[in-house]
Design a protein around this ligand. Sequence first.
Ligand code: S3P
Length: 428
Amino acid sequence: MHSVSGSITVPGDKSISHRSLMLSGIATGRSEVTGFLPSEDCLASMAAMRALGVGIEQADATRVIVHGVGLHGLRGASFALDMGNAGTAIRLFTGLLAAQAFDSILVGDASLMKRPMERVAKPLREMGAEIRTRSGTPPVEITGGHSLQGIEYRMPVASAQVKSSILLAGLYANSVTTVVSPAISRDHSERMLASFGVRVDVDGLTVRVHPASSLQAQSIEVPGDFSSAAFFIVAGLLGASAQGLLIRNVGLNPSRTGLLDILRSMGANIDIENPRQSGAEPVADLRIHRSALRGIAVPAALVPLAIDEFPVLFIAACCADGETLISGAEELRVKESDRIAAMGAGLAVLGVEHEVLPDGMRIVGVPEGPAFGSGVVDSVGDHRVAMSFSVASLRARGPIRIKDTDNVATSFPGFAQLAREVGFDLHD
Ligand code: S3P
């Protein structure tokens, strides 16, 4: 049992960092991005934009200067663009590249090559794009030179990646493009497109993007990633010392903060301090107090607002009094790994009473003392699974060995060092 304390800053937001490169790359003029996340996923987007002819300087790891080539200034790459592990990159680039005059091929690592791509290819084809997938997964082959029409697309799942992919293609369409979501999903694209001068109308769950003639270069401040802060939020709830754990400059876009609502209804004591605006995004500092948690049935409406935080929410549930039921979260099965299966397997190794459900998990927590045993768990190369099991170590009876953790660098470079700084007993 370990306690955590201190004051930390987490790295920049991954979703916003990807989008900042894509939009500033097709803008006219010089954009500056500060707080950029120099993780493997975002560096894959950077390499792809460079391969498409955009000049990008990394003044330092987190400050990036982008010399935009204009809406029609991208040029085709002579090789397949490698998106690594990044689902956001491959989905958003598919939309952007579907509208270009040249052909493109998009590939990725072993995990990305298994992820569903028809969810973006299908609506983009409706717009007039020519896209082939291999049985629904990458490689994605795009034949350029097709003019696109605006469509009205009703998304079957609440996916910000699908929505954003269509909105990016919509910039190049000959009429307004409308996306209707079944539930709220993160809205960074809408906010950032508007700040680049694109007309985007949002009406509840409906977003309309108007064809653009140009995007104006911007200064973009990327806030700390709420999804990275999530590991420390749960760590603080499980083990903060009397002063609490302070996490500074965290992005608190309401389409991302479902975890805060879920944890608060479980009894979490979290103060939001110094709320402010950072460009188009709200940010604040979070003070996390050690809290006695109780199990709940997680409301289905909060699932898309916490979609990346479920692995670490499962860990919180293991330490809550009574039963926590997570359902309606089948999307977790098509993330960087099948996160329901991966977390279920690890919880079984650690002796947690739980039941894996097709669309979630039922977990019976242990509120006092160790909630986890010890043993070897497999992160199956999924960054968030790996970091979540390191949080479990705060309440474990003995050491937890986590296999296949290299991909932590896809979203959270420096995680291990920061975790040690606040008090995790973590060894390489
Ligand atoms: C993201 C959207 C989410 C999320 C992913 C990042 C984005 O995916 O899980 O980590 O940046 O748009 P879905 O849109 O597939 O839910």
